[in-house]
Every structure is written in structure tokens, then in C-alpha cells.
Design a protein around this ligand. Structure first.
Ligand code: FAD
Length: 451
């Protein structure tokens, strides 16, 4: 296979842009990464840290370029959820089989590390250089101080838009005929808060758990950092009875944390300070198509598919894009048109599937967790899966601990949901859910279906 040296621009030095740079550099291409932000390695730490859960797909993409072990050193494995439910002592739910875990990693620390690795491989970074426009057929990039000011022009052979959910590169593609685009904000926002370490630097809560405080319409989560602190996220409606809008004063915030999160009482001072210091951010699902233009331009990561974060898969999906793209480069060499065509056709159904799964998880968390029939259904599924792990793989495991396509996880999930609908319709299910009859019903339906 031939790989002719190309002059390639990557717009965006986020997680996806920097990993893509590492991949493409391996083929000997000349790579320039533009970012409108300053070099995050030189910016003083702002005090806000977002944590991400890295799972199987992310690790697979990192392993392919030999950087997984280095990245594991900045992460903490979480093999279970720690559930903090009102009226119950804290309990744990194991994620998967023994040894299966998701990893808590600080987005900032990971991003710095990846930029370092890319730079070491010979990638050139141009920070504080915002891209305003792209000439798609010519693969030309225009940067400058302001939209109306003077622009610099750069000529490339290929341009990759890794510039996130509100991508400028996509914006340019959007202006073409037959470009599909949709964007949906949910009415829930999020805020990052911190639980500091104990005085001796240890963690205040179990270090190897993903902590969840489900409260119906809202939810609090915490993920550990290496320095003993936890990065927490409060998900809550923007407006309504219990909402970001309804918490106006320090007293309101103290009352809120005291009422709903009694076991973080000792940290309320810190949480309250963060509450008013940190912004409330919105969450969006963005879909578009096509993702590529001729053999010149391609969107990768959030610029092509932004999803709500309730499955912890946004970055993982972006890394998987790169993995697939790389396989296609290996297969088709210099034929970028075929590479791009296959890339978008292979990835689009999977991006749509993980968008749907993530949105459903949001609905499930916010409106179904108080529904007794829904909870009973989950109990029946869990019981059956524990007894027949080969026959009933939960969607969460398919998404998180396997590399089978997201679209398959969605289809299997729908198939299981159909079976459960029949089971839940059985009269008196509340009384007989643990019976042999119910187990046989699920087994028979599974055995008799061809799918
Ligand atoms: C609350 C929350 C929790 C999440 N949790 C998880 C999780 O647990 N697991 C997971 O896998 N994913 C998670 N995600 C998703 C994950 O953060 C994103 O999918 C991922 O960061 C996308 O990376 P990206 O490089 O495509 O885009 P971004 O990280 O958005 O990077 C885009 C880069 O492009 C630059 N840029 C933008 N416009 C321009 C321009 N015009 N010119 C030059 N540069 C530009 C930006 O400065 C930025 O550096 C979460 C997201 C949120 C919001």
C-alpha cells in the first residue's frame, strides 16, 4: 500500500484532534493542528476539572498507537457504581465481570498528555489561532483575530474538522445543498462541583466507584481524581420547582444539599461556593450528514456527532471514529475519496445509535427511576442476566465493555425490551417475578426468536 506524504490540517486540539494527529503522523504526513484556545499546558489551572469515563472503545484506539499504558497512569479504574439512595445505606452495583472497569480520567490532564505525545511525534500545534473559514474544494484554511479582520490563508491537501459540537468546519459544510443538520438541547443543565480530599490526601468516598445520587428529576455524580478529590456533576432542570433557577442564595444551596445529599454534608461549604462560582452548562444532541467533502475534508468526533453525556461515550465514540478511519487508511492507502466514503457510511448509523442510547438513558434516569413497574422490570432483567450471562447481555455492557457496533447494542436492546414488554404484561407479575414460569417465558421467547 502506498501512503503519499500529505500536508494535513486538523482543526481543534481537543481529545479527538490530538489523537487523530498521533495516528496520521505515523504515516509520515505533515500535520498542523490549529486551536483557538491557548496551549492548555501553559494555562494556569482554572480550578474546574471535568472528568471523563474511558471505556473499552477508547482504550482500544489508544492501544493501537501504543499509548494506552501511559494514559492508564493518569486514570483510576472504577469497577462498580456506589449508589446513594435516600432511605437506604450506600450499596454497590458491579459494572461487569471481574476485571471490567471504566476509568476516571481528568479531561484536562488527558488532553495535555495527548498534545505532549503528538508534539513528541513531530506534530506542529498552532494555538490561539482561530479558524474562521475553510474553502472545501481547495482544502484551504483561513485564520485570524476576528471574523471581520484580516485572515491568514493556509493551503493543505486535507482538512479534518475536530472542532467540537459547534464546529466551524461543519458550519461551512452546512451551507451546501442537501446537508442534513439537527440540534436538540435538553431542558436539563449541569454544573461541575468538587469534593476536596481528606487532610492526609486520601479520598472521602470509595476511590474505585462511580458515585451516583439519583433523585428522580435531578442527579448528582462523583468521579475520583488522583489527588484525592472528586469531580462532581450536578444534573438538574434549568427551570422548575427544584432547578438551577430555583437556587438563588447561599441559604437555598445549603438547604438543597442538606435535603437531598445528606452524606456530603461535610463538604457543603465547598459545594456551595462552587455552585455560585461555576457556570451552568447546556447539553445538546447534534446530528449531521454527510461528514465528508470529496477527498478533502472530514468531520471527526463531536463536530460530526455530539451526544448527551448519560452513557459516558462521547469521547469514546470519537476515538472509535479514528480507529475506523485508520483501518480504512490501511486498506485504501492514498484513495482518500474511498476512505472518506466508507468512513461516513460505517460510522453514521453507529453515531446515531449511541446518540439514541444516550438520550434514552437520560429519560430513564430522569423520569423512570421512580416508576415501580420500571424498577421491577430492571430487577427481572438483572436476575435473568445473572443466571444466563451468555443469553442476556445488558445494553450497558455491550456499549461499555465490548467493541461491537453501537447500532448492534441498540438493536439488541430493543429486542430485549420487546421481550420484557410481554413479560411485564403477565397478570400478577409483581407477585411471580421470581418464579420459574417467568424465567421459562424469557427463555422460550429468546429461543423462539430469530433476529
Ligand atoms: C458533562 C459532560 C460529561 C462527559 N462525559 C464523558 C464521558 O464520561 N466519557 C466520554 O467518552 N465522553 C464524555 N463527554 C463527551 C466528551 O467530552 C466529548 O465527546 C469530547 O470532549 C469531544 O472531543 P472533541 O475533540 O471532538 O471536541 P472538543 O473537546 O470540543 O474539542 C474541540 C477543540 O476545537 C477547538 N476549536 C473549536 N472551534 C475552533 C475554531 N474555529 N478554530 C480553532 N479551534 C477551534 C476548541 O478550542 C477545542 O480545543 C462528556 C461531555 C460532557 C459535556
Amino acid at each position: 500500500m502506498t501512503y503519499t506524504k500529505k500536508n494535513i490540517a486538523i482543526i481543534g486540539s481537543g481529545l479527538v484532534g490530538s489523537l487523530l494527529a498521533i495516528y496520521l503522523k505515523k504515516y509520515g504526513h505533515s500535520i498542523t493542528v490549529f486551536d483557538r484556545r491557548p496551549d492548555i499546558r501553559e494555562v494556569e489551572f482554572s480550578g474546574r476539572s471535568i472528568n471523563l469515563a474511558m471505556s473499552n472503545r477508547g482504550w482500544k484506539a489508544l492501544k493501537e498507537v501504543g499509548i494506552d499504558e501511559e494514559i492508564r497512569e493518569i486514570g483510576i479504574p472504577l469497577d462498580k457504581r456506589a449508589m446513594h439512595v435516600i432511605g437506604k445505606p450506600q450499596y454497590y452495583q458491579k459494572y461487569g465481570k471481574d476485571g471490567e472497569a471504566i476509568w476516571s480520567i481528568s479531561r484536562g490532564v488527558l488532553n495535555k498528555k495527548m498534545i505532549d505525545l503528538a508534539e513528541r511525534a513531530g506534530v506542529e500545534f498552532r494555538f490561539e489561532e482561530k479558524v474562521w473559514d475553510v474553502d472545501l474544494p481547495k482544502a484551504q484554511v483561513f485564520t485570524g483575530e476576528t471574523e471581520k479582520g484580516e485572515w491568514k490563508t493556509y493551503d493543505f491537501d486535507l482538512v479534518f474538522g475536530c472542532d467540537g459540537a459547534f464546529s466551524r468546519v461543519r458550519h461551512k459544510m452546512q451551507r451546501r445543498s442537501r446537508f442534513d443538520y439537527s440540534q436538540d438541547f435538553i431542558d436539563v443543565g449541569y454544573k461541575e462541583l468538587t469534593i476536596p480530599p481528606n487532610e492526609d490526601g486520601t479520598h472521602k468516598l470509595d476511590r474505585n466507584s462511580f458515585h451516583i445520587w439519583p433523585r428522580g428529576q435531578f442527579m448528582f455524580i462523583a468521579m475520583p481524581n488522583l489527588d484525592g478529590s472528586f469531580t462532581c456533576t450536578l444534573f438538574m432542570p434549568f427551570e422548575g420547582e427544584v432547578s438551577f433557577e430555583s437556587i438563588k442564595t447561599k441559604e437555598d444551596a445549603i438547604h438543597f444539599f442538606n435535603t437531598y445529599f445528606p452524606n456530603v454534608k461535610n463538604d457543603i461549604e465547598n459545594l456551595t461556593q462552587d455552585f455560585f462560582k461555576n457556570p451552568t452548562s447546556a447539553m445538546v444532541t447534534m446530528k449531521c450528514y454527510p461528514w465528508t467533502y470529496w477527498d478533502k475534508v472530514a468531520l471527526v468526533g463531536d463536530s460530526a456527532h455530539a451526544i448527551v453525556p448519560f452513557y459516558g461515550q462521547g469521547m469514546n465514540a470519537g476515538f472509535e471514529d479514528i480507529y475506523v478511519l485508520n483501518e480504512l487508511i490501511g486498506r485504501y492507502g492514498d484513495d482518500w475519496e474511498t476512505i472518506f466514503k466508507n468512513y461516513q457510511e460505517m460510522r453514521k448509523p453507529n453515531a446515531d445509535a449511541i446518540a439514541e442510547l444516550s438520550y434514552r438513558n437520560f429519560v430513564e434516569m430522569s423520569s423512570k427511576t421512580a416508576d415501580p413497574m420500571f424498577l421491577l422490570q430492571k430487577k427481572i432483567e438483572k436476575r435473568f442476566a445473572a443466571k444466563y450471562p451468555e443469553k442476556w447481555i445488558p445494553a450497558y455492557s455491550r456499549v461499555t465493555f465490548s467493541d461491537r457496533p453501537y447500532a448492534e447494542a441498540l438493536a439488541e436492546g430493543d429486542f430485549q425490551e420487546n421481550i420484557m414488554k410481554q413479560v411485564m404484561a403477565i397478570p400478577n407479575i409483581e407477585a411471580i417475578w421470581e418464579s420459574q414460569e417467568i424465567e421459562d417465558k424469557i427463555l422460550n421467547t429468546l429461543n423462539n426468536s430469530i433476529h
